[in-house]
Design a protein around this ligand. Sequence first.
Ligand code: PA5
Length: 396
Amino acid sequence: MITFDFNTYIKEKNLGKYEDKIKEIKKHFNSDNKLLDWYHIDKCISVEEIEQIKFVSSKVRDICDTFVVIGIGGSFMGAKAVIECLSSYFKKGKPEIIFAGNNLSGEYLMNLLTYLEDKNIIINVISKSGNTLETKVTFDLLYKFMQKKYDDDELKERIIITTDNEEGYLRSLVKEKGFISFNVPREIGGRFSVLSTVGLLPIAVMQKDFIGLLDGARKANIDMAIKYAVIRDILYREGKIIESFTYYEPKMTTFIEWLKQLFAETQGKNKKDILPISCSNTRDLHSLGQFYQEGNPIIFETVFGIKQDYNINTNIKEFTIDNINMIALDKVAKAHFKAGIESNIIYLDKLDAETLGELIYFFEIAAASGAYLLDVYPFDQPGVNEYKKLINEELK
Ligand code: PA5
């Protein structure tokens, strides 16, 4: 379960003046705009695709010891976030999962190829466009490596392509070579695609409860997500131009990276928007904390607290370590509030698949709603396309 506290450390806001805008936002969500297909969970993923994911993920586990997911941005971040949130800090999953294709480091690729030398590998390359530079370069290299290691029949079991149903280089490879493939729904943008084949196949391979994730998403509190978007909008107009996603459970790190992408690409347009940053506490209390308390008060926080308690006793009175973590969350928010830094607090009962699904969908709604409030179009990323164009011109 998720509970929201948008009162204790948020000064009173006049939400009433947003009534008409909220009606407009709801109208957008209920329109037949295909780019809102992510809003209808059953359009993100079909019953047939769920069955295919179950079948293929179980085969992947039977065959390989190393599963390499190649993709960048929305094509890897959501899956990585969910898998890390639902995994032990130290126990390695089976198969081992490696996320490649999200950088252009020669050293990384050289080390990866050496590491994979004696591994039993399956690759899942994920790219909606099929043309993204980092993904393409990494896939081409690993494909050549796989061709040396395996014959054509083996490759048909070892290369899985998730891409557009009809277009692009990767789809043509599927047609030519007969590789296993999944379809990226054309209308669902990368950062909104974690609950589609894009995110769910890697999540299922790692035996994380992807059905629970979808169930959780269906339960998300849409009104609360819009309310959160409104509070952010008011804070922004009050001069709070930076939002810190502050968390007290380090395994949420990639989830917070996913959130940063979701908000930055959805809302950061026309010289507007809040800059999303992250803060991992209590570590960052010993670094960024100084700025939050006494620096330029242009920040507000959205804070995540997890209520589960592992009952690890400390030598401090009767407090467990989780008690102290929660006390830290509350007292830090209080101290920041005194310094003019307001905080929305989101409490999770525990970090399980259902709660994560709920959270993912909650933030997707909030990001799109926030874009409507800023009067920017949520579902493109012209800035990202601009630099891609310049690099591609140089590399032509
Ligand atoms: O949200 C988005 O649309 C982007 O972050 C994309 O996911 C990212 O650029 C990768 O694109 P593609 O899946 O086409 O390789």
